[in-house]
Write a protein that binds this ligand. Structure first.
Ligand code: ATP
Ligand code: MG
Length: 384
């Protein structure tokens, strides 16, 4: 009897304990769901209010990026104590860029992002650029978030952007420099397209986003639009953004972004460097006509490719390399991304041209008449 009573009370307590555990688990699950819901609606609220999702802890967690204080940014921009004026390096759609000097003496470029500009590109630039490092990509040193103000601090490229050099009246970019610049850009682009996690599409390759160091080493800049295409994908569908005149027509018409979209833009850059023309200023139809006509005439062997040459070079170039580069550029701007070469193929042509240029330089070390943009001039001379 007593044994049965004991057994009954034991099973009662087990049932009670199991019941309590069950209730505790249910409560825990409910609490977790509630926490998740509250966090999500907070994020949504912040997004709706246009507030950035980017908080200081997130920036620090991402990378080794230095987080500047507003005070440090102001000090860097007001490096010239003799005047209260800041030195502007230029203005783009995202904001104004100023020259700055850090306490270490390091010269930097500081981009002050417009308050109205999407935090999206700031986010992407910080997230993307902080992880990638290559001699032909502009290095991001740090950023600053101060209330609604956003700043990006980059390495300083003292020779400005490529458009300023190519289209400048007072001096001509020599053939050697053009080849060197194109090769450097292709090296930077190859690094992006063969990134460890997939292909990083820059999406905004153009003359003003190719910055130059004192030695005229090119560096691709502005990663605010960059997009990653994973290993297992060949394309992504995304909102169409970029710069008219450089944008892949396939991407423009169906929002299908591929690595070939950068190849198209780079093709346009190459055509500009060969011809000295502001392709961007030509209307799209006219530009298409030029490239299509060149492509057709090249394939039929009808027309000397040098018809396309920048007259300011006065023929001071390597004809064979010019033809090879023009042919590859024409393929780069093919309407369908399937017809375009990969960056490796483009680089191969540019490497060959660069080797020829260096070899030519070695065999003809003498300096020709002053003022001429001679093929035999030093390849590393900085233009005035
Ligand atoms: N790291 C840098 N070093 C030197 N100059 C720079 C640097 N970054 C930008 N600049 C200068 O500031 C200018 C404005 O740059 P920004 O990237 O904001 O706009 P953009 O590329 O000219 O135009 P868009 O906004 O249409 O892309 C550049 O054209 C360049 O001359
Ligand atoms: Mg730019």
């Amino acid at each position: 009897m007593r044994l049965r009573e004991n057994q009954n009370s034991l099973s009662d307590s087990v049932a009670k304990a199991a019941g309590s555990v069950l209730i505790a688990v249910v409560i825990l699950i409910l609490v977790l769901i509630l926490v998740k819901f509250v966090t999500r609606s907070k994020d949504k609220g912040r997004r709706k209010a246009g507030k950035p999702l980017l908080e200081s802890q997130e920036v620090t967690a991402w990378s080794g990026l230095y987080r500047f204080s507003k005070y440090e940014i102001q000090n860097a921009m007001n490096y010239n104590t003799s005047t209260s004026e800041k030195t502007s390096l230029g203005r783009g759609s995202a904001g104004q860029v100023y020259k700055g000097v850090l306490p270490s003496g390091q010269v930097v470029a500081i981009k002050h992002i417009h308050q109205g500009h999407t935090s999206d590109s700031f986010h992407r630039e910080v997230e993307g650029l902080s992880r990638i490092r290559h001699p032909n990509l502009v290095c991001l040193f740090g950023c600053c978030i101060n209330g609604p103000d956003r700043y990006l601090v980059y390495e300083f490229c003292s020779a400005g952007n490529l458009a300023q050099h190519l289209l400048r009246k007072e001096s001509v970019l020599t053939w050697e420099r053009r080849v060197k610049i194109l090769r450097g850009c292709a090296l930077g682009l190859r690094y992006l397209h063969h990134y460890i996690d997939g292909c990083i599409v820059h999406r905004d390759i153009k003359l003003t986003n190719i910055l130059l160091t004192e030695e005229l080493e090119p560096k691709l800049s502005d990663f605010g639009l960059a997009k990653m295409i994973g290993m297992e994908e060949s394309k992504v569908f995304t909102e169409v953004r970029g710069t008219i005149g450089y944008m892949d027509p396939e991407y423009m018409s169906n929002a299908k972004l591929t690595c070939g979209s950068d190849i198209y833009s780079f093709g346009i850059v190459i055509l500009q460097l060969l011809s000295g023309q502001k392709v961007i200023e030509l209307d799209l139809d006219a530009r298409d006509q030029i490239t299509r006509k060149v492509a057709k005439d090249v394939s039929l062997g009808k027309r000397p490719l040098l018809d396309f040459e920048d007259p300011r070079l006065h023929g001071d170039l390597n004809t064979e390399d010019f033809e090879a580069i023009l042919q590859i550029a024409v393929l780069c701007v093919a309407k369908s991304s399937k017809g375009r070469p990969t960056i490796d193929v483009v680089l191969e042509v540019l490497e060959k041209a660069w080797k020829n240029t260096v070899a030519h330089k070695k065999t003809r070390p003498e300096v020709s008449s002053p003022g001429a943009s001679s093929y035999s001039h030093s390849i590393d001379v900085i233009p005035t």
